[in-house]
Design a protein around this ligand. Structure first.
Ligand code: PMM
Length: 291
């Protein structure tokens, strides 16, 4: 019988391996937004409890890792100070890590990333790919953490003004590839990086479908790809009636998860893992029966 610290260390090593960008197999990343419009009704302590309970549900419903975010990036969203973000995120990260749950932290702030990784987060998911905070690259380089580099053309308050493309797929691809090249020059290792075309970020409705249809162009960069379509506005009216609430887009989200997994995506980022896990299970059964 191994002692508790040893078992915990082993479990953490397993979690790190499973979330590592270089591993194959599509991960389901469950979204945990610890923001005022999600969990803060009853003060910080209750908010932490509610967030942790929701994270456990995400895992029970099939999430491989939980993406904890304390700052909204919705179109038009205002920034929150890093200290506020950290008050929201860190107690949740600590608790989830202590339960052996793989955690990624969704942040544009280097200080939040650094504290979260010190608390056991295994991936930093930065929608700005390190562009919003000049210190982010140092944190990612020095900690060796997994790093999701999303395509980004500026903060949410101006993202639609930046949605101008002649050929969305090729321009987004070029910009992502360029950003990764910069990161490598700055000392980040290729094995740390996952790329994300940033659906809904500085992209209007149809441009998001072009990006999905152009998936292979992003895969051809040669790095793991994260697809984060969940409940986004461009899904409105596709697979659910136009104008229906965002949660009604989970079936469309699951369909995208399946198409992404079939194309070899590293991961899919979803609000409700259950339908995504179901379609991935179906796909696994289909593949397992191949003779
Ligand atoms: N979208 C949101 C937040 N974080 N992270 C990555 N890597 N990719 C995304 O597309 C992304 C993200 C905003 O969506 P939410 O408010 O529904 O979480």
């Amino acid at each position: 019988m191994t002692d508790l610290p040893t078992r915990r260390a082993r479990r953490l090593a397993e979690v790190r391996r499973a979330a590592h960008p270089a591993q194959s197999g599509t991960r389901v990343m469950g979204i945990l937004n610890v923001t005022p419009d999600s969990f803060s009704d009853g003060g910080l302590h209750l908010a932490v409890d509610a967030a942790v309970a929701h994270a456990r549900d995400l895992v029970a419903n099939g999430a491989d890792l939980v993406d904890v975010g304390g700052e909204s990036t919705r179109p038009g969203a205002e920034r929150v100070p890093p200290t506020v973000e950290q008050e929201r995120v860190l107690p949740v990260v600590r608790q989830l890590v202590s339960e052996g749950i793989a955690v990624s932290v969704d942040t544009m702030n280097a200080s939040t990333a650094e504290l979260s990784v010190a608390a056991g987060a295994v991936v930093v998911n930065d929608v700005s790919g390190g562009l919003a905070d000049p210190d982010m690259v140092r944190v990612v380089r020095d900690t060796g953490t997994g790093f999701v580099v999303m395509h980004w053309r500026g903060h949410s308050d101006r993202m639609y003004r930046n949605a101008e493309y002649t050929h969305a797929v090729e321009e987004v691809r070029r910009e992502v590839e360029f950003r990764v090249a910069e990161l490598i020059v700055l000392g980040v290792r290729e094995e740390q990086v996952v790329i994300d075309p940033g659906l809904g970020f500085a992209k209007r409705g149809a441009q998001n479908w072009e990006i999905l249809a152009g998936y292979e162009r992003f895969a051809s960069i040669g790095l793991p790809v994260l697809v984060a379509a969940s409940r986004k506005r461009f899904l409105d009216g596709v697979g659910s009636p136009a104008g229906a609430p965002p949660a009604d887009r989970d079936l469309a989200t699951a369909a995208i998860s399946l198409l992404a997994a079939e194309r070899g995506a590293w991961g899919v980022r979803v609000h409700d893992p259950a339908p995504t896990r179901a379609v991935l299970d179906v796909w696994d059964a289909w593949r397992a029966a191949r003779t």
